[in-house]
Design a protein around this ligand. Structure first.
Ligand code: PMP
Length: 364
């Protein structure tokens, strides 16, 4: 069989090998079901148990209490760009306030503008989205319908390192590319959402965790699928849920709890993995030109450019020959993006670091 690469893809992205092995082992016959996960009813006791376990593990990992509801939805993070304003902004006079620190926040904005009043509190465009704003200087309205941030901008590699405090305005956070990378203070979040295909599983399921009090805003006029209150009342089974994706999400949360040992440990691992790469950037600033401002660097997506496209080509070819793949950055930023999500093993980061150090010796 072909050997596995070190996969630095931004998403869909690397999954923990023990999770893949478990999927393989249970593919033909899920324990107790006599059939695969894809062949049984979402109303079966086996699937209900998987669904409940996934929710329970997420709740334990993130310390989600009785104030919040956990939903498993489809349509990706992009459908949430629309569902959030449809449920939380439609028909209201108080604006939603958006903080734009990169491409994904910028994509969320026009979907909200279609629905209700929106204000932009910060737009990092001037510096090509290389930094975070000073939150204390932003005009957050205490009665804003909500404040929207993207905790990790996948393309630019800019990340909020801690939970923001938006006071009485509900904080809505797109955590698609850093979900579960550290512990969270869920009290701070009105709504936290993440597509699964970076840090939590395969494409097909999107986790939405929202304060129950916000469910009162969902108008009965909304289409059924798009109505959070309806989804909560049906425990995310108003229609057939993405059963395979929920199953894998459950296995990833199990890996986080039982193998990694929780989100404190995951955070420490993520910090040490990212430090290895950023140290090399800092030691070779003329060759590896980091995109994000130092204090705003992402632990998940490490972005940098070279002085010339020729050097970039050589870097990518050499990396590929060393089994380091999917490192090409997004076209809007250029250069390299090394995505080092939870499931990227330290060995993968070490292998990239060794390659980068050697490459710097040749080209420095
Ligand atoms: N937000 C962020 C931060 C993302 O990284 C992505 C996916 N690259 C999205 C939203 C869009 O997710 P989806 O493709 O699942 O709609």
């Amino acid at each position: 069989a072909q050997e596995r690469i070190f996969n630095f893809s931004a998403g869909p992205a690397v999954l923990p090998v023990p999770v893949l092995e478990r999927i393989r082992d249970e593919m033909l016959c899920l324990p107790g079901a006599g059939a695969s996960i894809m062949e049984i009813s979402h109303r079966s006791k086996q699937f209900i148990a998987i669904h409940e376990q996934a929710k329970a593990r997420l709740a334990r990992l993130l310390n989600v209490g009785a104030d919040h509801e956990i939903l498993f939805l489809q349509g990706g993070a992009r459908l949430q760009f629309s569902m959030i304003p449809m449920n939380l902004l439609q028909g209201r006079e108080q604006p939603a306030q958006y903080i734009l620190t990169g491409s994904w926040g910028k994509s969320a904005l026009p979907e909200a503008q279609k629905v209700g009043p929106v204000e932009v509190l910060f737009d990092g465009k001037e510096t090509n989205y290389d930094r975070l704003p000073d939150i204390s200087k932003l005009a957050i309205k205490p009665d804003a319908s909500y404040v929207h941030i993207t905790s990790n901008e996948t393309i630019q590699g800019v990340q909020f390192p801690a939970d923001l405090d938006t006071g009485t305005a509900p904080l809505v956070c797109d955590s698609s590319s850093d979900f579960l990378y550290r512990p969270y203070n869920m009290d701070r979040y009105g709504l936290l959402y993440a597509c699964a295909q970076k840090n939590a599983g395969p494409a097909g399921v999107t986790v939405v965790i929202l304060k129950k009090e916000l469910l009162e805003r969902s108008s009965a006029e909304l289409p059924g699928y798009l109505n959070y209150a309806n989804q909560a009342a049906a425990d995310s089974m108003w229609n057939t849920p993405p059963t395979f994706a929920v199953y894998v999400l459950g296995l990833v949360t199990e890996w986080l709890e039982d193998t990694v040992g929780g989100l404190e440990k995951m955070h420490a691992l993520n910090q040490s993995k990212a430090k290895v790469l950023y140290d090399i950037l800092d030691q070779n600033p003329e060759l590896y030109m980091g995109h994000a401002r130092k204090q705003d660097r992402s632990l998940m997506n490490v972005t940098f450019r070279f002085p010339s496209e020729e050097i970039e080509k050589q870097f990518l070819a050499g990396a590929s020959a060393a089994g380091l793949e999917n490192l090409k950055g997004h076209r809007s930023v250029g250069g390299i993006r090394a995505s080092i999500y939870n499931a990227m093993p330290s060995e993968g980061v070490q292998a990239l670091a060794s390659f980068m150090t050697e490459f710097a010796q040749k080209h420095g």
